[in-house]
Ligand binder design. Structure first.
Ligand code: MRU
Length: 338
């Protein structure tokens, strides 16, 4: 999608250096920077430290990083590099799908160029899935001044290009409709306020950031026509793990009869996981809750403490929404049924 009118992907192969390039998402919306590396370890660290985040982008970054790992020494690929990448984040199953795809490719003992092609094909597959999801979602969201609520960032930064939850919104906008988006700020890391609102603004889509706690009230007031979110892992019974706060949204949506959709490519489905209770939920560092960073009026990034010294925090990164709370799950093939 576009940044200042130019097209970018969240992560891609950098032909000039023979390396991996990604957008440094931790700097947004204050600074737009791309990072390039030829070292597999730096890609793994970029996933762990959330320079690259969002389930499909994590998978694509791992696929490209594993192509670099192949170049660094094939003898360490199976025993060291695959487990190294599989350990980077626990909840988004796209990571594991991407590692499996690269493992399968490596088993035929290919040239480096074949591993790179494999990673690129993986990322391209995610992008075309997102485009199809967008077409299906645009149909469901219908036309006119639709007020759509989204949580976290399931936009193109999270999904290589187009996004999953945002793909339908972008399709509507490109078709000349005027969707409006309520963007949950999404504490603690503020992916909504920092990333989704920035993305939508770059594409000229009207939006407004709101505190997470405002969402249920706006739903109750009839100010939300539909909710669309992404997913990090979907169990075989349709239970959905997504950013913390999604479950609470589903309760408000059900109570007030507002449709709530999950948009996700098939790489987010985990057929081997029977239900949501088996999905591993990432517990992240408590400093994400206790501290906050942002740009001050002199354009300096400041990191400050929010809570009193010594106070402890709880920081589960994801929750699980039961399938029964949803109006539907939309993948590239259309509406998915459990
Ligand atoms: O912790 P994050 O920022 O990687 O979590 C991202 C989300 O929860 C997204 O909603 C999800 O990955 C869907 S991405 C299209």
């Amino acid at each position: 999608m576009r940044v200042n009118g130019n097209f970018y992907r969240a992560v891609n192969w950098h032909v000039e250096s023979g390396g991996v390039q990604w957008i440094e998402q931790r700097l947004l919306p204050h600074r737009f920077e791309q990072v390039v590396t030829i070292k597999a370890e730096e890609v793994a660290v970029a996933i762990e430290s959330m320079q690259v985040r969002g389930a499909p982008s994590i998978g694509a970054a791992a696929a490209h990083g594993l192509a670099l790992a192949w170049n660094e020494g094939q003898e360490r690929f199976m025993e060291y590099w695959l487990p190294r990448f599989r350990r980077t984040r626990p909840t988004a199953v796209n990571l594991f799908h991407a590692c499996n795809v690269m493992q399968l490719c490596a088993e035929s003992n290919p040239q480096l160029s074949r591993m790179v092609e494999c990673a690129q094909a993986y990322a391209d597959g995610e992008v075309s899935a997102n485009r199809c999801i967008g077409e299906h979602m645009a149909g469901l969201l219908a036309v006119g001044q639709r007020q759509i609520l989204t949580h976290c960032n399931a936009g193109w930064l999270a999904a290589v290009d187009w996004g999953t939850a945002t793909a339908g919104i972008y399709h509507l906008a490109q078709a000349g409709e005027n969707p409006f988006v309520w963007v949950d700020e999404t504490r603690p890391r503020l992916q909504g306020a920092r990333l989704t609102a920035w993305e939508l603004s770059q594409e000229g889509v009207a939006c407004r950031i709101q505190a997470d706690g405002a969402a249920a009230w706006m739903i109750a007031q009839g100010r939300v026509d539909a909710i669309v979110v992404g997913a990090d892992r979907i169990a075989a019974n349709g239970d959905v793990a997504n950013k913390i706060g999604t479950y609470a949204l589903s309760l408000a949506a059900r109570e007030h009869g507002v449709p709530m959709y999950v948009a996700a490519p098939t790489s987010t489905f985990d057929a081997g996981c029977p239900s949501g209770s088996e999905i591993p939920i990432e517990q992240r560092n408590e400093n994400e809750v206790l501290r906050i960073d942002g740009m001050d009026d002199t354009n300096r990034i400041q990191d400050i403490r929010v809570a009193a010294p010594g106070v402890l925090a709880n920081n589960p990164a994801f929750d699980v929404t039961p399938y029964a709370n949803l109006s539907g799950i939309v993948c590239e093939h259309g509406l998915w049924h459990a």
